[in-house]
Every structure is written in structure tokens, then in C-alpha cells.
Design a protein around this ligand. Structure first.
Ligand code: 5GP
Length: 193
């Protein structure tokens, strides 16, 4: 998506460890107009899939997920992060290793907010090694809900997550695909790759 790629080029900075910092439009300060446009693009891509709910993980997934839910006119549920969970009877849970924080988090969704007749669209801000998406896929499996697909704002295509989602047999749509962050430069995957 050209609008997003242009914004990444303009405002993104590359940090050590293959981390792209985009905290002035996505991860700290948020540009609502851009988020609304991203939501519109996810709607265009997934509107024929019968999505009943958008699923994400707090906190950085919430902004794009919310705008997708607004555009598609469906509720948005975000998984909550915990250090570790003890009482889990009313929750669907999964353990997720955080790429940026390098710690394990348990994530959970209250069973009241996801039902077997739901078809969920999983949205997240970044796809790196795919742990966050994998956790949400696990929750979807435990809840016996269908997954319409995974929508990612920024995919780092040189890391493992892309293949992991495809191997799971799930449709993946990423609005910006980064081929490399080498030499502190953002290089996008070109159309024919
Ligand atoms: P994964 O679980 O796919 O390894 O990583 C996904 C999560 O890690 C995202 O939800 C995001 O919060 C964070 N993340 C991974 N890579 C980056 C990055 O390059 N920049 C930022 N800002 N967050 C990242």
C-alpha cells in the first residue's frame, strides 16, 4: 500500500536487532486518518470472507484493528497480556514470546467474547517471527472459530512469520512488506517477488 510505504520511508527509523521504529504514527503517537485508511484496505481485502469479529493483541494491534472493525462494522476483541495466568477457567489462553521485549507473555480472551459461530480476522501491527499471530491462531483453535485470514500492517518478510502463517494454511495480507532493514535502510519487497 503506497500510502503506508511512503509514511514508513518518511517517518520510520531502523533500530539495532532488525526493529523498525514507527512510533510517530503507529506505536505511540497514532495517525487516525492513516489507521482509517488501513482499515479500509483490510475491508477491501477481506469483505467477502464473512468476518464476524476482528481479533488482535494489546496494545499496538488495537488501533489498526479498531479501524478495521469500524470499516467492516463488526466488533473488535483484543487479547490481554499477562505475566502469567493462574485462573483460566473462563479464558482462552496462549503463551507468546515477545519479539521486541524478549519475554514470554500469556495472552487471553474471555470466553464470552468469542463463540464457535464466529469467523475472525486477525489483525496486528507487525509480523516478525509470527509468535503473536501463532498465539491468536491457537486461541481461535481452542475456541473452535473459523479464521478468515491474517491482516498485518507491516511485515518483515525476511523473518519467519510470513512462512509460518502460510504453513498454517491461513490467508495472509500484509499492507507493507519489508525485504530488508540492512544498513539502516528500509527496502520493500517489490511487486514481482
Ligand atoms: P512476532 O510475534 O511476529 O515475532 O512479533 C510481532 C510483535 O512484535 C508485534 O505485535 C509488534 O508489537 C512487535 N514487533 C516485531 N517486530 C517489530 C518491529 O520491527 N518494530 C516494532 N515497532 N514492533 C515490532
Amino acid at each position: 500500500m503506497k500510502l503506508l510505504e511512503d509514511r514508513i520511508k518518511r517517518d520510520g527509523t531502523v533500530l539495532p536487532g532488525n526493529v523498525l521504529k514507527v512510533d510517530n504514527f503507529l506505536n505511540h503517537q497514532i495517525d487516525p486518518n492513516l489507521m482509517y485508511a488501513l482499515g479500509g484496505e483490510f475491508k477491501r481485502l477481506f469483505e467477502k470472507e464473512g468476518v464476524t469479529k476482528v481479533l488482535t493483541v494489546e496494545s499496538s494491534g488495537i488501533a489498526p484493528a479498531l479501524m478495521t472493525g469500524l470499516q467492516m462494522d463488526v466488533p473488535v476483541v483484543f487479547a490481554r497480556k499477562h505475566r502469567s495466568l493462574t485462573l483460566t477457567d473462563n479464558l482462552y489462553t496462549a503463551t507468546v514470546y515477545s519479539y521486541t521485549k524478549q519475554v514470554n507473555n500469556d495472552i487471553s480472551i474471555d470466553k464470552r467474547f468469542i463463540a464457535p459461530d464466529d469467523k475472525v480476522l486477525i489483525i496486528d501491527d507487525f509480523l516478525a517471527n509470527g509468535q503473536a499471530v501463532q498465539g491468536m491462531l491457537e486461541i481461535a483453535k481452542s475456541a473452535h472459530v473459523a479464521v478468515a485470514g491474517v491482516g498485518i500492517v507491516i511485515e518483515k518478510s525476511f523473518q519467519k512469520g510470513h512462512q509460518m502463517v502460510l504453513d498454517a494454511g491461513v490467508r495472509l495480507e500484509s499492507l507493507a512488506r519489508i525485504a530488508s532493514l540492512d544498513d539502516n535502510q528500509v527496502t520493500f519487497v517489490t511487486e514481482d517477488e
